[in-house]
Design a protein around this ligand. Sequence first.
Ligand SMILES: [Zn+2]
Ligand SMILES: [Zn+2]
Length: 148
Amino acid sequence: MTQLTCPVDQATLEDSKTSGEESSKCPECDGIWLSTTAMESLEDNAANDDMVKGQRKYGKHEVDHLCPHCGNAMVRFRYRGFNLEIEACPSDVGFWLDKSEDREIRDVMKRRGSNLNRAVSAEKSWHKTRRGEKLGVFQRVKQLLGFD
Ligand SMILES: [Zn+2]
Ligand SMILES: [Zn+2]
């Protein structure tokens, strides 16, 4: 197997697990490289079908970081329209997440999953609910995805 290099500090990435998926982790900055297959599997486990149907990349722009896999400039984007930026290989081989982004991405999935279930029963009292913060996130996502 080829050695992967951290796009931020050029350290050699080490084999790791992210939520049970094979990944490569930087020993210096704790950034994580996830293959697209691992990312999809993570989404299958953490999110529900409605979430995975949507577009993954919003507001794409190139960044200086080079893809550990192919060496081309990676693309930074807002993950599924959330206020969460991660980077991806321009050929969609994998994704680069810094440590906090990795944690956030799972939070985003969990929030969205639980809010979808809650939203079904809470649909009619949507605006009256006191769970403002959590539903607010979901509502923003719905608007971003054009569901509203
Ligand atoms: Zn690093
Ligand atoms: Zn690449």
